[in-house]
Design a protein around this ligand. Structure first.
Ligand code: NAD
Length: 491
């Protein structure tokens, strides 16, 4: 396990020698300590990234040259997949097969953006048709500069990859700050990049708190772009900080995503996808479909089946074989989710199952997966993101009512619909005010497809070619081609 900051191609302790604890959420034990970056450390990292961008030629490399580094990073991640997945599980708590999936996806993300980097070379500059034939004009794309990437703890390596891979592909250099509760695999990513021979300063990883290291990144005048995934309140601070210097900014924030299940759905399939939509990663998923709307005809039957299957989920240490629900990431998160369930009960909700610590788990941040019904529409449980294994289920009558309930949220990250009627599913998919819509499933995510939210769920899109555009400026180059003098002042 790494414990130092990765700045300008070297590993170093923080400038004041301070460290913070790494806690295994399954045992509550302190298993490691990591350097807590100061503002001074962040300044060093930004200067290194600045130099790598302005003077050392990272943006001038061809896309194909940058792609070679990205592919080497992908190969480096794959070569150590089992070891990195294990680190993710002991740091975050997620079951090992999920961590393994994340690590494979992270490697795939680097390969994908390697291909897009290569295409940047092939892309003919876009010629712009002008009405005035005395000029020709074209649009070229160029990297924005130094990107400050700040990420959350729910998919530590994957969220790092979603930002670092497109940024490097575009020709940007990066200062990455992982979440303080899950920094281990971001440091492994730096180690893999180092082994891949990435030039010093192109990727820097500063571990530490949001209020010190994170704040120093967003306040730094030499950072050109802020790429953030995390909570709404911190997203607002980041946008405000970006506003001061007109930094480019992209935000991936929270959600309270609906899943509408029509009465013509197969109940087994519906229950499986509802569970995957909320219990995967202990429900700590920004796109989790945490508000489930079930059409009246099948409501009672579906709910009974959901409760039975939910109670059967095997809970335990993510490293143990067959476990499908690990501990929540931290004590703080556990306390917040338990408080949200208590508040829901106080507001009149019924706990159909779960809601408590599982029997036999005195240590570790464990919580039984929870199904809530009778949740008032104006209660926090229905309106606010809980970010835990807690789903609110509610009956509806008509398609119109379902759409109105689904869209009645300040968030708009994701939404799902299930129906045997394809035309209806399409209609509802189009009516959702959300950036990601699933039909007959919930959560599968693809590196090739755009990811991001409407409304208060964020600004901009990650992944796919949209993810690359996050790190590119568009430049217009216009040439006067007429042999005639311009003839305005001088005739
Ligand atoms: P958070 O906002 O508390 O922290 C996210 C990151 O911001 C951390 O690295 C933290 O250290 C940093 N940070 C905190 N204060 C800061 C400051 N003042 N300046 C700069 N950086 C600061 O969120 P979290 O608890 O880590 O993650 C949970 C949230 O993330 C949820 O709301 C979830 O919905 C959201 N999320 C969204 C997506 C998405 O793709 N839309 C993905 C994952 C998580």
């Amino acid at each position: 396990m790494r414990s130092e900051l990765y700045i300008d191609g070297t590993w170093r302790p923080s400038s004041d020698g301070r460290t913070f604890e790494v806690v295994d959420p399954a045992s509550e034990e302190v298993i490691h300590r990591i350097a807590a970056a100061t503002a001074e450390d962040v300044d060093l990292a930004v200067r290194a990234a600045r130099r790598a961008f302005d003077r050392d030629g990272w943006p001038q490399k061809t896309g194909a040259e940058r792609a070679r580094y990205l592919r080497a990073i992908a190969a480096g991640i794959r070569a150590r997949q089992a070891e990195i997945a294990r680190l993710e599980t002991i740091d975050n708590g997620k079951p090992l097969p999920e961590a393994d999936w994340d690590v494979a996806d992270a490697a795939g993300c680097f390969d994908f953006y390697a291909s897009l980097a290569e295409q940047l070379d092939d892309d003919p500059e876009e010629t712009i048709a002008l009405a005035d034939d005395r000029f020709t004009s074209r649009a070229v794309k160029e990297p924005i500069g130094v990107a400050g990437a700040i990420i959350p703890w729910n998919y530590p390596l994957l969220m790092a990859s979603w930002k670092v891979a497109p940024a490097l592909a575009a020709g940007c250099t990066v200062v990455l700050k992982p979440a303080e509760v899950t920094s281990l695999t971001a440091l492994e990513l730096a180690a893999v990049a180092e082994e891949a021979g990435l030039p010093p300063g192109v990727l820097n990883v500063v571990t530490g708190s949001g209020t010190v290291a994170g704040q120093a990144i967003i306040d730094h005048r030499d950072v050109d772009k802020l790429a953030f995934t995390g909570s709404g309140p911190v997203g607002s601070k980041i946008m405000a900080a970006a506003a001061r210097d007109i930094k480019r900014v992209s935000l991936e924030l929270g959600g309270k995503s609906p899943f509408v299940v029509f009465a013509d759905s197969d109940i087994d399939k519906a229950v499986e996808w509802i569970m995957f939509g909320i219990f995967w990663n202990q429900g700590q998923v920004c796109s989790a479909t945490s508000r489930v709307l079930v059409q009246e005809g099948i409501y009672a039957k579906l709910l009974a089946r959901l409760v039975t299957e939910t109670d059967r989920i095997r809970i335990g240490n993510g490293l143990d074989e067959g476990v499908l629900l690990g501990p929540l990431v931290s004590k703080k998160q556990h306390e917040q989710v338990v408080a949200a369930i208590e508040a829901a009960k106080a507001a009149g909700a019924t706990v159909a199952c779960g809601g408590t610590r599982p029997e036999g788990f005195d240590r570790g941040y464990y919580l039984r997966p929870t199904v809530l019904t009778d949740v008032p529409l104006d209660s926090a449980a229905w309106v606010e993101e809980i970010f835990g294994p807690v789903v609110c289920v509610r009956p509806f009558g008509t398609e119109e009512e379902a759409i109105a309930l689904a869209n009645d949220s300040r968030f708009g990250l994701a939404a799902a619909v299930m129906s045997a009627d394809d035309a209806r599913a399409e209609r509802v998919a189009k009516a959702f005010r959300a950036g990601i819509v699933w039909i007959n499933c919930s959560q599968p995510t693809f590196t090739e497809a755009p990811w991001g939210g409407y409304k208060q769920s964020g600004i901009g899109r990650e992944l796919g070619r949209w993810g690359l555009d996050n790190y590119l400026e568009v430049k217009q180059i216009t040439r006067y081609v007429s042999g005639e003098p311009w003839g305005w002042y001088i005739r």
